[in-house]
Design a protein around this ligand. Structure first.
Ligand code: SF4
Length: 64
């Protein structure tokens, strides 16, 4: 599983970072950035889906 992040629409709530800190980090301005290439670490698939579902801007896309 892999996630993509559309930084053009990200507004920096960082809900994603709170939900999956091993997958989402924040940049110097408080916006989300992916850790690595977005590959979801084993066992974090559900958390990644939750992060996508809870992003108010729909900035996260999950690819199976
Ligand atoms: S929850 Fe969505 S809009 Fe908010 S920081 Fe994360 S990716 Fe960006």
């Amino acid at each position: 599983m892999k996630v993509q992040l559309d930084s053009e629409v990200c507004r920096g709530h960082l809900r994603c970072h709170v939900a999956v800190p091993d997958l989402f980090d924040s940049d110097d301005y408080g916006y989300a950035v992916l850790i690595g290439d977005g590959q979801v670490p084993p066992g974090l698939e559900s958390a990644a889906r939750l992060a996508a579902a809870n992003c108010p801007e729909r900035a996260i896309t999950v690819e199976d």
